[in-house]
Ligand binder design. Structure first.
Ligand SMILES: [Zn+2]
Ligand SMILES: [Zn+2]
Length: 250
């Protein structure tokens, strides 16, 4: 039971920070916040992602490429171009890593407007940090596990960020229903996206990439947007009236 709570807690926290900070804030600039709030958000994202920390800058560049070239050969993770999800994850991680270390040459329009904290990016992306977090998860499991099979969940903790990304990028462009005719293959995989907290409304999102609420029909629910609305009401974030086009330079 404790393991299940640990797993669900980590899953939900990681999903929320990846969806709100990496996707909606860093990549799409849907809202603004003070410098101090941004740093706190960034640090909490590091804590939530732990061993699988993703640089918001590299994520944003990769994600803007995805929107600009969705489901074409230039999309960094179009499922139609891969025979299985692991091959797609591998190619995505190579492109992402090139953005982190600076060996890629992204188009200028994909750059800028994302939170940058080089020291935290360096720490979070270091093997020392990744192994330390991974060891901490393992020790928690040694302490709390009550059956051997529970250890099968450990690799998901280690790769939590990429696992969320793979579910969204694979299923969200392959399985589900469409509300809008878009030029890409985006789908809405779940009407209540409690699995990835709103990210699986890919069809709605690709139709209107600047819209903060990924749900669009009455029966759909985007949990991350609900939390962000509360943060906006509390004054932590402010919605932008004019969300910039996703691929525009800052
Ligand atoms: Zn997409
Ligand atoms: Zn997006």
């Amino acid at each position: 039971m404790a393991i299940l709570a640990l797993f669900v807690g980590h899953w939900v926290l990681e999903g929320f920070f990846q969806s709100s900070f990496h996707h909606r804030y860093a990549s799409h600039r849907m809202f603004t916040m003070s410098r101090r709030a941004e740093r706190m958000f960034h640090f909490f994202t590091y804590l939530a992602q732990g061993s699988s920390y993703l640089s918001p800058r590299a994520y944003a560049i990769l994600h803007r490429e995805h929107h600009a070239y969705s489901d074409t050969a230039r999309d960094p993770h179009a499922p139609g171009f891969f025979s299985n999800v692991l091959a797609m994850m591998w190619a995505t991680s190579e492109r992402y890593s090139a953005h982190v270390v600076g060996t890629s040459s992204p188009e200028a329009r994909f750059l800028g407007g994302y939170p940058e904290w080089p020291a935290l990016d360096r720490l979070g992306s270091s093997w020392m940090s990744r192994v330390a977090w991974g060891t901490a998860y393992g020790l928690l499991y040694l302490w709390l596990a009550t059956a051997w099979w529970q250890f099968l969940l450990l690799p998901i903790h280690w790769l939590m960020g990429p696992v969320h990304g793979a579910i969204v990028n694979w299923c969200g462009h392959r399985y589900g229903y469409r509300n809008f005719q878009t030029a890409d293959a985006s789908r809405n995989s779940l009407p209540f996206d409690i699995l990835t907290l709103g990210e699986l409304f890919q069809n709605n999102h690709h139709h209107a990439a600047g819209r903060p609420d990924f749900a669009s029909r009455r029966f759909e629910w985007d949990p991350t947007h609900t939390v962000l609305r509360l943060l906006a009401r509390a004054g932590v974030i402010r919605w932008r009236a004019d969300v910039p086009a996703v691929a525009a330079a800052a």
